[in-house]
Each structure stands twice: as structure tokens, then as C-alpha cells.
Ligand binder design. Sequence first.
Ligand code: F6R
Length: 611
Amino acid sequence: MCGIVGYLGKDDVISVIISGLKRLEYRGYDSCGFSVYDKKGQDLTLKTVGRVAALEKMAESLDFEAVCGIGHSRWATHGLVTEKNAHPHFDCKKEIFLVHNGIIENYKEIKKKLLERGHKFVSDTDTEVLVHLIEEFFKGNLEEAVHRALKYIKGAYAIAVISKKDPGKIVVARKSSPLVFSVEKNRAIVASDPTPILPFSDKVVFLEDDELAVLTPEGFKVFDFEKKQKIREPQVLDWTIEESEKGGFSHFMLKEIFEEPEAVENSIRGRIVLDEGIAKLGGLEMVSDKLSKIDRLILVACGTASYACMVGEYMIEENAEIPVEVDVASEFRYRNPILDKKTAFLAVSQSGETADTLAALREAKRKGLLSLGVVNMVGSSITRETEAGVYNHIGPEIAVAATKSFISQLSILALLTVFLGRQRNMSLSKGQEILGALKKLPDLMRETLKENDEKMKNLAEKYSKYRNFIFLGRKYNYPVALEGALKLKEIAFYIHAEGFPTGEIKHGPIALADENLPFFFIAPKDSVYDKVVSNMEEVRARKAPIIAITTKGNSELEKIADDVIYVPQTIEMLMPILNTIPLHLFAYYMGNILGCDVDKPRNLAKSVTVE
Ligand code: F6R
């Protein structure tokens, strides 16, 4: 996730771009830059590592009367955080400039061909290939060249392109990444969200997937990728700037819950080869041989990320048949784990900076283990200190509570299961079954959100007088119960919640059951469903309120539970992804009802860099 701004008009172009980028910094902020040109066709590009304030400082002393420009605030995906990797990128002749948000999956193949044709690259990014490809097709008409170039691109993108050889226009296009623009009163402005636009206009057009638009100060034209013009009327937006940053949601946490389907899409994009039933994890390629020889895997993380690891343990042991051990990092670092060289160590962390996870990783390395990471923050400490790894590619998670990162970690662990399994005994059809189900998951997640958002809000209202909750799940859904409980106690801070494996209740927790303690049962129609129902009956007999999450079509729980939440069917190992969604919504709405600062729960920090 990066931030894009483009501007064409009579205002101070550089100031408009810089203030727009500042508003988009929440989308990513490891480096930034802009490219502009003036009336005479002279251009200027300025880039820096760090935040937009640094770029602003550099621009203060400039004497350049720009008429058009584009800017970008980066969240690295390909290539380190360096000035040369910051956007905008440009062609060999420095006549075409481009900013991009997204991932170009097939950039390696395209780059190879462009190098053969003599193009000179200056960065390590996937993005740079696109501007050189546009250069290949450029014959004086920018939109024509962009249109032709995009035919070769696989992946996700929102782009804004300008050229001093075809001045007075900004060409924009979108596939899977957001882009919105406004053309009014002789100015055209485009951005990743409406926040940079709102100071100028409330009439905006949200570009849709597979659309390309040409913006000039006088007007705009929108085309589909077959070059057919489309009629798009601007809509009036009554959002404040703050609401617009949150995409119209009242909090980042809710926005990020609604981004969970997209998080899975971004984490699996370009990593599934369905025909061959394999997961292509580029970051593990160089250790692929070593991984094929390991006979044990240790997954280490903290908090929510450790619950993702627990699901990963079930996935990998059941499908890839490698013994897996999960440890919370704060324990791993102080016990004496017996490790041998055929064990691999995998740290899972959204931030890549969690002190305990980092210390555990160092301990594993000291003992000579192959060290791997699943991390969201590119260039973070864990990514630098592991031998190899997989990025989540989900953009920044701003709310303190981990939501979309948990879901993304689960999808990557599913990919890893196939990666390791196919190196061993996993059949082609099993690999295809898991990957096929993963591909279908984002749509099922959207369905789950749509059907349960209002329900979970009402449910939170109904149960808001309770101060204690128990969450129960079995097998794949035991860690989901832990996640439901953690999220509730974290966000709705007067509430105490605990999670247990369902089968454990008779060994203690059932002593608590009475009408004052609601029980959440995660009870999909899976291999342990009947056992879970027996436990539910035991709780019912003690008159405790029951909320059950189960598979659509299974109405029998309505007889036992007070409230039943339905989620669609997928394969058993992926059910945690669907079952977590209502629990995240429940925690959010409960926190909201209780008046908590849901994005910044008390006593908690987003990145725990101390022990
Ligand atoms: C819970 C939460 C924490 C983090 C944990 C690990 O909502 O956010 O439990 O999951 O602190 O953080 P990372 O993944 O950054 O290592």
C-alpha cells in the first residue's frame, strides 16, 4: 500500500503534491518523492528516504514553476528502502514519469526482455519495468502507450503517468488498487483516497478495476481496457478528511477488518500455480533445497501472530507431515529448546520488530538453525536477520489490534503448507484443492462480512452488559477462540475473556458456567463438530448463554444456542479465516459500545520493541 497524488492546474503544484502526500502517509511512509515539469518542458524529480516532512524541507529552497506533477509515498514491496527505489520512476530518456501502488507479478520476465532491447534500469523495483514498457510504445500519445503497456502487466496497480512529450494531461489506470480523481475549475487532481482532493473539491470519480482515465484541466475521459469510452458521473462526497482517510469507516480497526479479503488477495497474489498444485514463494527459493531436507519446524511469535502459528501447526502437520512446534517468543528465548540442524525456525511478525520474537530468532541462529520469517514490514529487523522469508504485502496496519495481519499470516501459512507438502508426499490434487480453496476465499470473506456486520453489531449490543466471556474452539479453531478472546479483552477494555480448547472445558472452565457467563462456540461443520456439540449441550445444561459460529445451512444449533452466526463453507484448514471475521467484528463493536478508543487500546502499543 502506497500513496499516490497527481496534480495539473494553476495552484502551486509542488505544494499541492506535498500536502496531498502528507495526508496519504498513513498508507506507507518509508520513502517518498515527486516529479514535475514546467511550461518549457523542463523536469525535476526529488526523492528521499523517510517521511514527507523531509521531502518538504528539500523542496523549500526550490525555484521551479511546475505546471503538472505526480508524487508518491512508498511502502516497500520489491527492493530496499533507498532513494533510487523511491517513486516516481522514469524511462531511459527521462521524459515519462510514473507512480505506482501495487505489485507487478511478472516484472522479472518483462525486465529481461526490456534489458535485451537496451533499456537501462536504475532501481530494483517491480514498478520501473512499467515506465520502460510505456516508453517502448510511446509515439506521442501517452494514453495510447499506457494502454498498450498495461496489456502485458499481471498483478495489481493504481498508476499515474505524465510525460513532458505529451504535456497537459495525467493518465491514470487501476486494477485492484484504489484511485480517485476530480476535475473541476481548471484543475485535475488524482490520489489514492479523497483526502488530498477534498480541500479542492467534493465531486470525485472513483476509478473502477480495469479502467484507464485521461485527466486534463478541462475534463476527463474514462475508458475500459478495450479502449471503449465509459460514462462516469462525479459523485458528491460528504466525508471529512478524517473519515476519508479511514475510507468512510469510523475507525481504522473496522476499515482493516473490511480489508481482510483484500489482505488474502494481496498475500496470495502471484504465489499460486494451480495447474501444478504448487505455491511459488519467491522469498524461499534460495533455501528451497534446505527446506526439502528439514525434519522439524519451529514457529515462534507473540500474541495474535502466535495464534496464527498454532493454526499453521495444524495445517502443516496434517497436510505436509512435518512435525511442528509452536512457541511464544518470550518463552522460547528463556527455555533450553533442544534443537538440531535439521530443524528450521520461522518467526511470524507483522511489524518485524517485536523484541521477544527478534531475541528468539537470534537464539535460533546462535544454535545454527535455518532462520525464516513471515513479516509485513519490509526492511524491518526480522527481515534483515533471517536467511529467507515471505512478505505479507498487506500495507500498513494502523489500528493497534492485529486484524488483517492475522488473516494474512493464516493465508501465507496455508501457502507454506503446500510449498513444504509438495516437496514431500502431498499429492497434486491435494495441493490443487488447498490452493483452489485459497483463491476462492476472498469472495467467501466478503460474503461473511456482508452478512454478519450488522448481526455482530446487534449481538455486541445485546451482550454489552456482560463483563466476562469464554471462547471455545477445537482443532483448527482452538487458536481462533484464543484470538476472539484476546481481541475482546484488548479492545473492549472492561471485559475479561478467555479462550480454551473446547474439549478442555470439562477439566475446569465448566465450573464457571452459569447464566452470567456467555460462551462463544466456534463450531463449523468439520471433523470435530459432533464433539463440539456435546460440549455445547453440557454448557447449555448449566444455563449459560451460548453464541455459536457455524457453517451456513447447519440450522441444528439454533435449538441449543441463543444466537447462531453463519459463515460459508470452505475446506477445514481454511475455516479459521472465515470464523475469525465475526469475532473481530464483535470485539470492534463491543469496544465501540463501551466507548473505548478502539484504534489505540489503553496500555498497548502497535510494535512491542521492549521485553
Ligand atoms: C493483538 C496484537 C498483538 C500482536 C503481537 C505481535 O491484537 O496486536 O498481540 O499480534 O504484539 O506483534 P507482531 O506481529 O508485530 O510481532
